[in-house]
Design a protein around this ligand. Structure first.
Ligand code: 8HZ
Length: 109
């Protein structure tokens, strides 16, 4: 149900969040959290609905988003998961806040 223009906007949002300008804080969110590689085997006990930017790109390209609000909900899920798992004040929590600001700025465009 998304128009070509809505799909293009969502694609532009993903492109924005992948820019080098955001490289200092987007890296924890580019790919699915790997609980083994990060030595956080309990991650899947705490986070029931993992999400990341590569999964969003795949879903967008596969036409899995019915509306742009579904797309935005997945972005918010990335940040919600980050704030649920990473204690406030930690580096990754702050990275999530910075990337969320970048998302909200582009989303409001
Ligand atoms: C022991 C420990 C503590 C915290 C973390 N967090 C974390 C996360 C993360 C991202 C999103 C998310 O929803 C949950 C976790 N990504 C990382 C990365 C890429 C490097 C280092 C830490 N990272 C890892 C290990």
């Amino acid at each position: 149900r998304m128009t070509e223009l809505e799909i293009k906007f969502c694609s532009d949002v993903l492109r924005e969040l992948h820019k080098k300008q955001h490289a200092a804080y987007n890296f924890p969110f580019l790919m699915p959290v790997d609980p083994i590689a990060l030595n956080i085997p309990h991650y899947t006990d705490i986070i029931k609905n993992p999400m990341d930017l590569s999964t969003m790109r795949h879903k967008l390209d596969a036409g899995e988003y019915e509306t742009i609000d579904e797309f935005a909900a997945d972005a918010k899920l990335i940040f919600h998961n980050c704030y649920t798992f990473n204690p406030p004040g930690t580096e990754v929590y702050k990275y999530g806040q910075q990337l969320e600001e970048a998302f909200e700025r582009k989303w409001a465009e």
